[in-house]
Ligand binder design. Structure first.
Ligand SMILES: Cc1cc2nc3c(=O)[nH]c(=O)nc-3n(C[C@H](O)[C@H](O)[C@H](O)COP(=O)(O)OP(=O)(O)OC[C@H]3O[C@@H](n4cnc5c(N)ncnc54)[C@H](O)[C@@H]3O)c2cc1C
Length: 417
């Protein structure tokens, strides 16, 4: 039966959910206070990594934290004034990173991220956006055999979950990607992975197609829900009530108060990340490439070369610290020595965005505690672009009353007690 459905949040997750719901014949509208696609989905590394099954909290990760925090070029920074607020999250994060838990988390993630390109394909085909998605694999590069060995568990988790990996030595790596620094001695290529050459362009194209097919985009911020007898009647927004039979909470890092309004307390945190782009770069890798030690990715994009990554814990409201973006340029020059030592400012662009993260690196997908009519789809952390297409399909399954394509129990909102 066709229902009137509000999708709250027009990032990659929201638009994939809206698109799959619309394909089921529902009357769908997106609700967002900003321009669709200008949240975390705007400036990420663009990777559709089917192999992204490794949680962020891994056994031993805490041992690296002091070193990372001391290193100005390191992948992690913390605003000390934010420590008291983020402490409960960090405690849960450490507890989530035990050996047995990370195996279970990886098993849960694989069916969500594995089919990413297959689930995205019908959406980009219908939207005429196929040119924005490529499958050239994803390359992980290491400066020493020792640093590769440190990532042993991550590679074991990928392999255990059926990810095929090709390993290259220094000479082979040079042939594969001649622009990379000769300091790299090992490269691991996952061929099943893809990427978009323009994340914002992709979200925009999907939204445009959704609108062409009769969907609406309402510029408003959702603040709550009106229920009657356990059934949804309307979503409440800053421009008033919008009647709806069902709703999807896909407001990324801003979803926490919306879940709380329905009685679900989730430890959602923002892991802020940065990018730096160089327009008309002197060199650019062909394959998206991750520096495993520096924890950043270099992605070839339509509009230039994008370095993206790093984690900053500072909450939703603190202003960006642009030094974090500039650090990526320094790191990037070490990766690609052919880049010029200086670039005119007008060739550079800097960005900060909010990854919506949960301590166990699993999103929340499933019905709310208060009503089956509101379905959650948030908290995808580092893998939200990748997991969005399958999440969209799962949300449509739930709202249309079909049995979800995969087991959703690891993603329940109630798992945090
Ligand atoms: C530096 C960096 C690199 C990354 N690289 C990758 C990568 O290579 N591959 C990958 O898979 N993932 C990557 N990610 C993660 C990915 O970007 C996110 O997980 C993903 O974009 C989250 O999508 P979303 O739709 O949930 O949230 P968002 O894109 O943030 O969208 C949420 C939307 O909700 C709206 N909103 C907020 N409050 C309300 C409200 N009250 N009512 C209505 N709407 C509201 C916002 O305006 C926003 O438009 C990266 C992230 C960062 C920061």
């Amino acid at each position: 039966m066709a229902r009137r459905i509000a999708v709250i949040g027009a990032g990659m997750v929201g638009v994939c959910a809206a698109s799959y719901l619309q394909r089921d014949g529902h009357d769908v509208f997106l609700v967002d206070p900003g321009t669709p696609g200008e949240g975390a989905s705007f400036g990420n590394a663009g990777a559709f990594n089917a192999s992204s099954v490794t949680p962020v909290a891994m056994p031993g990760v805490v041992r690296n934290v002091p070193r990372w925090l001391r290193d100005p070029l390191g992948p992690l920074s913390l605003r000390w004034t934010y420590l008291p607020a983020v402490l409960p999250y960090l405690v849960r994060f450490v507890r989530a990173g035990t050996a047995d838990k990370v195996h279970a988390q990886a098993r849960a993630l694989r069916p969500l991220v594995g089919p990413t390109l297959a689930m995205l394909q019908p959406l980009v085909r219908d939207a005429g956006a196929e040119a924005l998605v490529q499958q050239r694999g994803h390359l992980y590069v290491y400066r020493s055999a020792a640093s590769l060995a440190k990532d042993g568990l991550a590679w074991a988790l990928r392999r255990e979950n059926g990810v095929a990996v090709d390993e290259f030595d220094a000479d082979e790596l040079r042939q594969l990607e001649p622009v990379l620094s000769r300091e790299y001695v090992r490269g691991l290529l996952v061929r099943e992975n893809g990427h978009t050459s323009n994340p914002f362009g992709l979200v925009s194209a999907l939204v445009a197609h959704f609108v062409r097919r009769g969907g609406a985009v309402v510029r408003a911020g959702a603040v709550g829900f009106r229920l009657d007898g356990g059934r949804l009647k309307a979503i409440q927004t800053d421009i008033g009530e919008l009647p709806a039979d069902a709703a999807v909470v896909a407001a990324g890092a801003w979803s926490k108060p919306l879940a709380a309004a329905l009685g679900d307390r989730v430890p959602l945190e923002t892991e802020r990340g940065y990018h730096l782009m160089i327009r008309d770069p002197e060199v650019m890798p062909r394959i998206p490439t991750a520096d495993a030690d520096g924890k950043f990715v270099a992605t070839p994009m339509d509009t230039g070369l994008r370095f993206a990554g790093t984690v900053e814990l500072a909450g939703l409201n603190a202003p960006p610290d642009w030094r974090r973006s500039r650090i990526l340029l320094e790191q990037g020059r070490r990766m690609l020595p052919g880049l010029a030592a200086h670039h005119a400012e007008e060739r550079l662009s800097l960005w900060m965005g909010h990854r919506p993260s949960l301590p166990d690196s699993l999103p929340v997908i499933g019905a709310s505690r208060a009503t089956p009519d509101v379905v959650y789809a948030f908290g995808h952390g580092h893998v939200g672009m990748t997991a969005a297409p399958m999440t969209g399909r799962l949300v449509a399954d739930l709202i249309s009353g079909r049995r979800p394509a995969i087991d959703l129990s690891p993603f329940a909102a109630g798992r945090f007690g």
